[in-house]
Design a protein around this ligand. Structure first.
Ligand SMILES: *Cc1c(COP(=O)(O)O)cnc(C)c1O
Length: 374
């Protein structure tokens, strides 16, 4: 008997392309028998987790037979104090991807549309299509723009109509690294009708330097009640493996997100680790300093190799390798270096490199030099 379940799947799911994660080290080890592997493929923190988070996790291990606090009281209390926002504005998620999906489930239906840019983060089309809603893709800025391949607010606004329920903005965007500057994002928020939810995804917010003019969108929550700002502990806070992120929004929006949230979506180790990491300001500062130095190291090396890159305020750099990025990616794999091809994001000649430790960056630079020469 032959089975065909495809016609049984929900319409949006039939054509859905699954998220392609960075290649895990263990997989490269299995495939190539390599031992010394450098992974700069998923924008993880090269420092590892905060020591304070590790202590908190060890202390929480004996409590694993219990369900976590389904309301995340301690973490919300800490976030509320740090961000100066009422507890009722906070929604916790298993990573911020979870929160992005909550927004889609709370506001989208098959009759509605979500708008986001070309080259934007891959989770937006997934959560939109999985609901059966329609994704409307705005043209990005052209390659010769000051913010090449970046979000174009005018193109986004043009796609908004009566069916639009959500606009997704990644600021800065992954994989490009580009961002909307303060005046640009503020003008966009002001131009979007109040009946359209705007999700500003600030997964890399902690890395942004003041002189970049890349805004912290929390400042606009009072002014724009249709705004949802999402953040994560996966990047600068070094807890990608535990899965914890959050949204800040109008309390009524938070209440709606909470209605579709599954019980206990954030596990108990993630809750205590995030609470402790939030308190480790020294670790956060070291993460930022390491990133700044690594960014300089990578850009200097790219310049020496005659390569260009996209502007970035994140912990990664999107580099034009001047030939199919996927080929360079495979050659780097053979040398034990994992980076991220971004052809699936419409950037076939680019590779996205996460900023690693000084030594990891040096390994990548050496391998890239060899590949490009060979
Ligand atoms: C990494 C990333 C996230 C965060 O994912 P988590 O689920 O929190 O690990 C969200 N948005 C963007 C743009 C990202 O790059």
């Amino acid at each position: 008997m032959t089975c065909d379940f495809l016609p049984l799947a929900a319409p949006g799911v039939r054509t859905l392309q699954p998220y392609q994660p960075g290649k895990p080290e263990s997989e490269l080890r299995r495939e190539y028998g390599l031992s010394e592997i450098v992974k700069l493929a998923s924008n993880e923190n090269p420092l590892g987790p905060s020591p304070k988070a590790l202590v908190a996790v060890r202390e929480a291990l004996n409590g694993l037979a219990r369900y976590p606090d389904g309301n995340g009281f301690d973490l919300k209390t800490a976030l509320s104090a740090r961000l100066n926002t009422p507890m009722a504005t906070l929604t916790l998620g298993s990573g911020s991807n979870d929160v992005l999906e909550l927004a889609a489930r709370a506001f989208l239906t098959p009759a509605h549309e979500a708008v986001f840019s070309e080259h934007a983060f891959a989770v937006y089309p997934i959560v939109t299509q999985a609901i059966g809603a329609t994704a409307r893709i705005a043209k990005a800025y052209p390659p010769d723009h000051a913010m090449p391949y970046g979000h174009d607010p005018a193109a986004i606004l043009k796609l908004i109509n009566d069916r639009t329920r959500i606009v997704f903005i990644a600021n800065p965007n992954n994989p490009t690294g580009t961002w909307l500057k303060t005046a640009e994002l503020q003008a966009l928020l002001a131009a979007v009708p109040e009946s359209v939810i705007v999700v500003v995804d600030e997964a890399y917010g902690e890395y942004v330097e003041a002189d970049a003019d890349c805004p912290n969108a929390l400042r606009w929550l009072d002014r724009f009640p249709n705004l949802i700002v999402t953040r994560t502990f996966s990047k600068a806070y070094g807890l990608a493996g535990l899965r914890v992120g959050y949204a800040v929004s109008h309390p009524q929006v938070a209440d709606l997100l909470n209605r579709v949230r599954l019980p206990f979506n954030v596990n108990s180790l993630a809750l205590v680790a995030a609470t402790a990491a939030l308190d480790d300001l020294d670790y956060l500062e070291r993460s930022r300093t390491l990133n700044r130095a690594g960014m300089r190291q990578l850009q200097t090396a790219c310049r020496t190799l005659g390569l260009t890159w996209l502007p970035s305020v994140g912990n990664f750099l999107c580099v034009n390798v001047g030939r199919p990025g996927r080929e360079v990616f495979v050659e780097l794999l053979k040398r034990g270096v994992i980076v991220r091809p971004v052809d699936n994001y419409g950037l076939p000649d680019f590779l996205r490199i996460s900023i690693g430790s000084q030594a990891e960056n040096a390994r990548f630079i050496e391998a890239l030099g060899a590949v490009l020469k060979g």
